[in-house]
Design a protein around this ligand. Structure first.
Ligand SMILES: Cc1cc2nc3c(=O)[nH]c(=O)nc-3n(C[C@H](O)[C@H](O)[C@H](O)COP(=O)(O)OP(=O)(O)OC[C@H]3O[C@@H](n4cnc5c(N)ncnc54)[C@H](O)[C@@H]3O)c2cc1C
Length: 391
């Protein structure tokens, strides 16, 4: 008799290394995604829209927004618990995880880590509840991998700041109440908490995306945007401030990408078990089993890597280049898994009836944002050789 089939992440009994609380948080997020996202996400993707505000309020009620931060209405969960939540969110769709990552790890973290007490009180409780949406503007039309060359300027005018420039590819921008905007001043890069209804701020939603379609992305134009002195994040000095926010968000991606991969693999396993060709299920062919085995091995390696990085983060010892290892590997492997699963589904692999092509398309964005694969290779290369090849 054949043994009972095993789910890809059950094979190594990896659940045994999680705490009861971590397993509970994961179960709650998984249920939320099953109830609120899975039934609708293919339609959202096809229509290129996301009910972001509605979802943010629901995520806020469950404490998912800024969940790894403490105080100001945030849940104060561990980095591993946050990672597990990201995994389950992205098993629904990378766009859903992006909504939560940008809110919690980029916009909220920037204010939590670098903001004044007044800025924290003003924004964080509302953001944790999903009543206010945040975005994070670092990338510009002409400056992506090289943010040090940013062209957006902030100049002093009396006590005020005046911001001029533009930000491109900004997740959540079209629905955001507050933008954490990075700009060059006479003294170097500084961050600003910009209410998005400030005169001079305009946002154009980016259309025609073939990836992350269930995510809202915008271009922000800053035309002499006048801000009071207290809009500046007082503790954010230099480019290392936004880069530290990216390290936070990348940790979530290390986990999240595995969720997309797991969903593809589970779909392919189920499909291969029921689809018959040449008189037997696809799962019974050795070539299919080789694919399934290799993908499962990669998924579990990625999971162990994420868990290790998460435990380092919880011990306060996670370094940026370690996160680069995780982001580079897990997104690259997740994309490879999605593409391989696509082949197992044959023609159905390209159909929106199945999640695989959607995940594969989404992972193309995940490969690029939060530092492209090449930039993470260069970060790791710099650490290994002591030679900076890109900065
Ligand atoms: C859907 C989506 C959402 C996003 N959300 C946000 C957001 O919320 N906030 C935000 O600030 N940004 C966001 N981004 C932008 C993202 O971070 C950038 O796209 C990314 O940093 C890469 O920049 P770029 O697209 O300008 O590519 P470029 O920097 O022009 O790079 C193009 C190619 O050249 C390679 N390259 C560049 N420099 C080097 C080098 N020195 N050596 C070798 N290869 C190199 C890159 O790896 C890449 O393959 C988002 C992007 C997408 C697609």
């Amino acid at each position: 008799m054949s043994p009972r089939p095993s789910a890809p992440l059950e094979l190594l009994d990896l659940d045994s290394v999680l705490s009861e609380e971590e397993r509970q948080i994961r179960a709650v997020v998984r249920q939320l995604i099953d109830d609120r996202v899975r039934p609708h996400v293919a339609g959202w993707y096809e229509q290129g829209r996301l009910p972001g505000r509605e979802l943010a309020r629901e995520f806020g009620k469950l404490g998912l927004l800024g969940m790894h931060l403490s105080g100001y209405g945030c849940a104060g969960a561990s980095a591993v618990a946050y990672g597990l939540a990201c995994l389950e969110l992205e098993a629904g769709d990378s766009g859903i995880r992006s909504l939560v990552s940008v809110q919690g790890s980029l916009a909220m973290y920037a204010i939590w880590r670098y903001g004044s007490e007044e800025q924290k009180q003003r924004w964080l409780p509302a953001m944790a509840a999903g009543e206010a949406i945040g975005c994070f503007g670092l990338t510009e039309p002409d400056h992506g991998s090289d943010p040090a060359s940013m062209a957006t300027r902030a100049r002093r005018d009396g006590d005020d700041w005046v911001l001029t420039g533009g930000k491109m590819w900004i997740t959540n921008a079209p629905i955001a109440e507050v933008g954490v905007i990075w700009a060059r001043t006479e003294d170097g890069v500084r961050g600003f908490a910009v209410p998005m209804d400030t005169p001079g701020v305009t946002v154009r939603e980016i259309q025609h995306k073939m990836s992350l379609r269930a995510s809202v992305t915008g271009e922000i134009v800053l035309d002499d945007v006048r801000l009071p002195a207290d809009a500046q994040l007082p503790e954010a000095i230099g480019l290392k401030a936004p880069l530290s926010c990216l390290t936070e968000a990348r940790h979530g991606i290390v986990w999240g990408a595995l969720g997309a991969a797991r969903d593809c693999l589970e779909t392919a396993l189920a499909y291969a078990g029921t689809r018959t060709q040449f008189g037997r299920p696809l799962a019974g062919f050795q070539l299919t089993q080789a694919k399934l085995a290799d993908m499962t091995v990669e998924l579990q390696k990625g999971y162990l890597l994420a868990l290790h990085l998460g435990r380092l983060a919880d011990a306060g010892r996670l370094r940026p280049e370690q996160v680069s290892v995780g982001k580079l590997n897990n997104v690259r492997e997740a994309l490879e898994i999605a593409r391989q699963c696509r082949t197992i589904l044959g023609a159905n692999g390209i159909s929106g009836e199945y999640p695989v092509m959607r995940h594969a398309n989404n992972l193309e964005s995940v490969l690029t944002y939060e530092g492209t694969s090449e930039i993470h290779q260069l970060v790791i290369g710099q650490k290994l050789t002591g030679l900076g090849a890109f900065a």
